[in-house]
Structures are given as structure tokens and as C-alpha cells.
Design a protein around this ligand. Sequence first.
Ligand SMILES: Nc1ncnc2c1ncn2[C@@H]1O[C@H](COP(=O)(O)OP(=O)(O)OP(=O)(O)O)[C@@H](O)[C@H]1O
Ligand SMILES: [Mg+2]
Length: 313
Amino acid sequence: MNGGTAIQVRGLRMTYHVRGGPGDERTVEAVRGIDLEVPAGEVFALLGPNGAGKTTTVEILEGFRRRTGGEVSVLGFDPASGERRMKEQIGIVLQSTGIDPYLTVAETIELYRGYYPSPRPLDEVIEVVGLQEKRGARVIRLSGGQQRRLDVAIALAGDPELLFLDEPTTGFDPSARRNAWEVVKNLESLGKTVFLTTHYMDEAQYLARQVAIISAGEIVAEGPPGTLAGRDTAATKIRFRLPEGSELPSLAGAAVQAGDGQVELTTEDPTRTLYEATRWAVEQGITLEGLEVTRPSLEDVYLELTKGSEPQA
Ligand SMILES: Nc1ncnc2c1ncn2[C@@H]1O[C@H](COP(=O)(O)OP(=O)(O)OP(=O)(O)O)[C@@H](O)[C@H]1O
Ligand SMILES: [Mg+2]
């Protein structure tokens, strides 16, 4: 299923009504009119801090939760209509799940395969998530990372076109995270569309072709991770330390910030600025200690965009 659009969202809104007690009703505007477009056959990441509205959005797309407003199309269906044909084509990994801890891995997957008209073969499912060695192990004996893989296996059992993964790697150690990433890459190579939510910029960067950053219910940036929020064209920073007593000449097109020997140049033309700085240093016979050249990372962009978005109560 390549080339088309798997998910389209226009002006999606979700307001929760929370009752604290008699006469105490508050509303939480969890999602405030967002637009999303998820191409078929790709990994899409919805990135945002705690309470930003990720799970709410995913649950609406999955058909678990009724939206307050806006238009949503998932594989051509409106998830609010509860269409069985839509449910058969989507796989879901919830933020937390409740599977029978006394079944084995294979039994659990078999159970879920039974719910679908044309499930994926058991062995294939086990292989895609890398649980071959744990096939006969009871769920209760699996590590956290292995349980999360089983969650993905369950979502894959029905051979869906589209998978929702809500924070698939939260709480994983670095190597378990890498393994989970390979599982997601495998899904993409099977031609699946994957909609994942995450707090981790590196995860979004590694896995997703398109990223949307959500903050306090609003989309604050979207695009391919490499160019998000103009970070590919943002000014470059060049940093180094000068030996005591040396004075940097003024350099073309670079703003300088210096304090006790530390120099930070901000430039739109890093090739030229770096050349001028290093030529000057070589001529003076000095070394630019700790020389580094950096552009804003996805993390810099993310922190800047989500700054001040306190998680709502
Ligand atoms: N069932 C609910 N009733 C009332 N408010 C809710 C409910 N579910 C979520 N909220 C509120 O809606 C907002 C968005 O929550 P949501 O779970 O969508 O965030 P999230 O981005 O998934 O966060 P996290 O990264 O912590 O999982 C929060 O302020 C949350 O408190
Ligand atoms: Mg969540």
C-alpha cells in the first residue's frame, strides 16, 4: 500500500470533561484543532512531551475514543463509525496492555490470530519481532522489552496494513530500544504504515520519514526529521577556546560571543567563517582548542518548540 494517504486528520479536537465532585466540573482541551497527513507505507512519528495529547489522538484514530470535533479518515474509514473492516486492517499497541501472563508467547499470538480473517503465519510474526527463542516461554517470564515485542507481535497477528505504536520503547534500555527500532524497520520493509508516538527525538529521527511535534494539544512543527523547523538552514555554531592573550580578528558574517577564552561564532556561511578562523590561527601559530562545528539537533528544535508546555493536570 504505497503512494496513497493512510491517515488524514483535519481540525481534530478533543475536550475531556472531568468531574471532581458535585458542582466541580472542569474541561481539559487535550487536542486543539490539529491537522495530520500520514503517507501509506511509511513510518510517521507524533513526538511530544507528557500530556501533549498523543495517546488521545491515537485512541481517536484507532476508534477507541469519540472526538469532540474535526474530520478523520483512517484507511478511508471514519474511525467513529466502528467499521469492522477498518478494525481488521489496523494493529494496535497500547501504552499499557493486559495480556494473560500464564499463556506462552506462541499461545498468546495464536489467540489474537484467531480474531482475524486472514492472519499472518505464526512463525513469521514471531520472527519479525525476534522472539524465536522465547516462543514457549510464559509471558510472566519475559523481560519488559520482550513483553513489548510481544505487544507488537499481537498487533501484527491480523496482518494489518496500519499499525499504531503508542510509545513503543518507553522504559527500554539502550540496547532494547535498538532492537525495537529494528522491529519497526522490519514493519516498514513489509510495506506497513506505522503511526508511532514517542518522547524521544532520536527515535523519531531514526525511524520516521515524517514527524509532527505536538505540544499542549497543538502541532508546533512537522516535516522530515532532517529539515524540521528549518533546522537544516539554521545558523551553524563554531566553538573553540583561545589561548590566553590572543585576540580574535573580526570575521566575515559571524556573530561572536566570547567569555574567558571561550569563543562561539554564529554563522550563515560556515565554510568561509571556519576557513577565516583556522587560517588566522595557523598564521598565528596557535591551536583552536576544543574546536567544534554544530547545527541545531532535533533535540534542540524540540526543546525550543515545546518550551513552557507544562503537562496539564
Ligand atoms: N480520560 C481522560 N479524562 C480526562 N482527561 C484526560 C483523559 N485522558 C487524558 N486526559 C488529559 O488530556 C491531556 C492529554 O493526555 P494524553 O494522554 O493524550 O497525553 P500524551 O501525550 O499521551 O502523554 P504521555 O506522553 O504522558 O503519554 C492531558 O492533560 C491528560 O491529563
Ligand atoms: Mg500517552
